[in-house]
Design a protein around this ligand. Structure first.
Ligand code: PLP
Length: 396
């Protein structure tokens, strides 16, 4: 293929040149006396991204899925009760993992396109007078359906009821892109990975752990070794790791954290909201529907677009890739063939979104789908024009 491929999946995301360059370094001695000079500020600055002062942020070689396992392995014991909900591939897989760890899983199986059911959680927690529920799980941003759930609202439910359960949040496709406030929201476990909002290669589990979760580790009896928080905390306090850290990735992560902080997290969130607005405008213009059921659930990092009955979304995806080098996200699980997804997170600007939307239009045309060529791209341009004012120029 001539020219760039367009990476419009919701992770891995586009990797900035600064991050690539930061990783183009010789391998280094992770036991060197000056290694902590690098690691300590990095771990500290990550806490800023998670918006926690009281918690820890740990880095394990792994991915988001490893973070789910670390949460369960460290904080819970077999047969502990957990309150969960599944409404997409990722929320569902974490629930599946809970079952494999022999937890007592109370799951709400929701329609795909819905989010964390706060009212149902409230009822169940209210009925739990003896506090059998040890952890409440929530997928902040369901990447399969493009649904963002209300974690602040979930914290309020727990607080209203005075329920002491730990709050475990999957923030793999939200942290670093969407507003995420670990301390303010009383999040005990915040799971992320390197290849989405952090704009990095896959390979790091990035996990926020509250003091309350650390205390729970001491009592929990599930065996843990590689993902042991206590061992990690002990070594991190000295600026080291219990085993060989992926130091090259940590160099990239340093650059990623600097980029996010230079932009400012509030600006990062605003940019994601604005870019997402263009994608949503395109979906409307094409006469298609967002898989997320209601506007308040619409994700600013990924949009899952429902195709009309009779269309196979996989045809759009394969033509986009094979003819135009545009990678779109596929429909996972229950929505396979019914949706295609456009990722709009990470290192991204308006023109990059328009490129992806243009690729979608080319592929939809080739599939014989009826719509006015340029209507989606045009609607996105209108949106970016209307919301331009407060934003700095790209060259700045
Ligand atoms: C990508 C993703 C995961 C899985 O993370 P891996 O890094 O692929 O292990 C989990 N949850 C959500 C919401 C995701 O988007």
């Amino acid at each position: 293929m001539i020219g760039y491929k367009t990476l419009a999946v919701p992770g891995p995301t586009n990797m900035p040149f600064e991050i690539r360059q930061a990783m183009d370094v010789a391998l280094e001695d992770h036991r060197a006396p000056d290694f902590p000079d690098f690691t300590k500020p990095l771990l500290n600055d990550l806490k800023g991204i998670f918006r926690t002062e009281t918690g820890h942020v740990f880095l394990f070689p792994g991915s988001g899925t490893g973070g789910w396992e670390a949460a369960i392995g460290n904080c819970l014991s077999p047969r502990d009760t957990v309150l969960t909900s599944s409404f997409g591939q990722f929320s569902g897989l974490w629930v599946d993992m809970c079952n494999r760890f022999n937890l007592n899983v109370m799951n709400y199986d929701m329609d795909w396109g819905e989010g964390v059911p706060l009212d149902l959680y409230r009822r169940r927690l209210e009925a739990d007078k003896h506090h059998e529920i040890k952890a409440v799980l929530a997928c902040h941003n369901e990447t399969a359906t493009g649904v963002t759930s209300d974690i602040a609202g979930l914290r309020k439910v727990l607080d209203d009821l005075g329920h002491p359960a730990l709050l475990f949040v999957d923030g793999v496709s939200s942290i670093g892109s969407l507003e995420f406030r670990m301390d303010d929201w009383g999040v005990d476990i915040a799971v992320s990975g390197s290849q989405k909002g952090f704009m990095m290669p896959t390979g790091l589990t990035i996990i926020g752990v509250s003091e309350k979760a650390m205390a729970a580790c001491a009592k929990a009896t599930t065996p843990r070794c590689y993902f042991d928080f206590a061992g990690m905390a002990k070594m991190n306090a000295q600026g080291y790791f219990p085993y060989t850290p992926p130091a090259t990735l940590l160099r990239g992560l340093r650059a990623a954290v600097d980029m996010l902080n230079n932009e400012g997290m509030d600006n990062v969130h605003a940019r994601h909201n604005r870019l997402a607005g263009g994608v949503r405008a395109a979906v409307d213009a094409w006469g298609l529907r967002n898989c997320a059921r209601r506007p308040e659930l619409y994700s600013d990092t990924v949009t899952a677009i429902l195709v009309s009955p009779g269309t196979d979304a996989n045809d759009i995806i394969s033509i986009a890739y094979n003819r135009y080098g545009v990678s779109l996200g596929g429909g996972l699980g229950k929505v396979a063939g019914k949706v295609f997804r456009v990722g709009h997170l990470g290192w991204l600007n308006e023109a990059m979104v328009l490129q992806a939307l243009g690729g979608v239009e080319l592929a939809m045309r080739d599939c014989g789908i009826a719509f006015t060529a340029g209507s989606g791209v045009g609607a996105a341009i209108e949106h970016y024009t209307d919301t331009r004012i407060a934003l700095p120029l790209a060259a700045e």
